[in-house]
Design a protein around this ligand. Structure first.
Ligand code: NAD
Length: 376
């Protein structure tokens, strides 16, 4: 039986989610909601579902809804998540929230806490690792071909420069120094944590280029973060928002290297390359400084160039987890995972405000587990 879904927030990203639900056999999109009546009516008519203008009305009139998809935005792309998400949690629904979980870490902590108390699924659209490239990279790790993790280097941001720069006049962005950090870093931090585990130390330098200063744009858009993971792996994250061009690997690249091999994902969903370490398999010899495999590295091209493909893939994973009634702590890209990314973002801001000091991120809530869903 398909999951009965209500969706709230119907602009660009909301419509992308609507299309994903309509195309997914695990989803039965029943109703959509937006406080702007025309948006709700137009979408409802186009997709043959019911329109609502408040969450309260939708929850009251459609008690059969099992899942609420929250695709609202707001200040720093996250201030309108808390209210509809909490209403859905209180109503006992499975909730999928766009990233960031909130633009306020205190609200995000409350959301995760309340979802735990109510024993409902809380997921986040951390879509960047719901890709065939990430799947294959994880398989290299799981089969021991990467070995003990040594470093993780991630570059993620929007390519640009002073010729393409234009000030963001949108009142939900303009005047917020931390808007890029809060709205965007959830993705790279979630990706790095997905592959390398929890982060214990954060140290950051944060900046903005002259073109922004001249335009009196206060947004801090260039970020360099040093990380240490609990497993002793070290990491570097470079993120920017239209300040410059990323060279190798495109707008999204992730290189992870261990004692047995290294991989690099380029352009998120497009390409994965794997290099076995010298002495393993078909690897080249260290004396010749050849570094890679004798036959060249293994290259996997997914054949997908459209980043938009990450949305239906991630939404499908949530629908699968809800359908399969997985234990809440096994929900993929869950609220706690999204909270971790926000805690690291808050640590970046604290580091910046203290001249680049090293910061220990706020601890994550303990996972207690549910005896009823423990099989062994
Ligand atoms: N995962 C990704 O790759 C990705 C990419 C871009 C944006 N996003 C995220 O998607 C989210 C939505 O982005 P957007 O640009 O479409 O947002 P938006 O702010 O332009 O639109 C939000 C819509 O929600 C409606 N709304 C707000 N609060 C409401 C409420 N309580 N009840 C009913 N309707 C309400 C607004 O009227 C508006 O139509 C943001 O959080 C953003 O961070 C994610």
């Amino acid at each position: 039986m398909a999951v009965k879904v209500g969706l709230v927030g119907l602009r660009g990203i909301g419509l992308q989610h609507v299309r994903a639900h309509k195309a997914d056999e695990l989803s039965d999109l029943v109703a959509v909601c937006d406080v702007v009546k025309e948006r709700a009516d137009k979408t409802a008519e186009e997709f043959g579902v019911k329109a609502y203008y408040t969450m309260q009305d939708m929850l009251r009139e459609e008690p059969q809804l099992e899942m609420i998809d929250v695709t609202t935005g707001g200040y720093e792309n996250g201030s309108w998540h808390y209210e509809p998400a909490m209403e859905a949690i209180e109503a006992g629904k499975a909730v999928l929230v766009e990233k960031p979980l909130s633009n306020d870490v205190y609200e995000a902590r409350e959301m995760v806490k309340r979802a735990n108390e109510k024993k409902v699924y809380l997921g986040c659209n951390l879509n960047h690792y719901f890709t065939p490239t990430a799947e294959k990279a994880k398989a290299y790790m799981d089969s021991g071909q990467i070995g003990e993790l040594v470093y993780c280097l991630h570059k993620m941001g929007f390519n640009g420069g002073d010729q393409t720069y234009s000030p963001n006049k949108n009142s939900r962005w303009n005047g917020f120094p931390y808007a890029h950090l809060k709205a965007f870093l959830s993705h790279p931090f979630a990706v790095m944590r997905y592959f390398c585990g929890d982060v214990t130390h954060v140290q950051a330098f944060v900046n903005r280029p002259g073109v922004r200063r001249t335009a009196s744009d206060v947004m801090l858009s260039t970020v360099s973060v040093n990380l240490r993971f609990a497993n002793d792996c070290v990491g570097v994250l470079l993120s920017q928002r239209g300040d410059c061009n990323f060279g190798l690997g495109g707008w999204w690249s992730l290189e992870i290297s261990g004692t047995r091999g290294a991989f690099c994902i380029e352009n998120c969903i497009e390409k994965l390359t794997f290099w076995p370490s010298p002495g393993t398999g078909k690897a080249g010899s260290p004396e010749k400084m050849s570094g890679g495999s004798l036959d060249g590295p293994e290259v996997f091209n997914s054949g997908i160039a459209d980043f938009g493909e990450t949305f239906p893939r991630r939404i499908h994973a949530f629908l699968e987890d809800v359908t399969n009634k997985v234990p809440r702590e096994s929900l993929r890209a869950n609220g706690r995972d999204a909270l971790a990314a926000l805690e690291y973002t808050w640590a970046v801001m604290e580091s910046y405000e203290n001249g680049g000091a090293m910061v220990r991120p706020h601890p994550l809530p303990t996972i207690h587990g549910d005896p009823a869903s423990t099989k062994d």
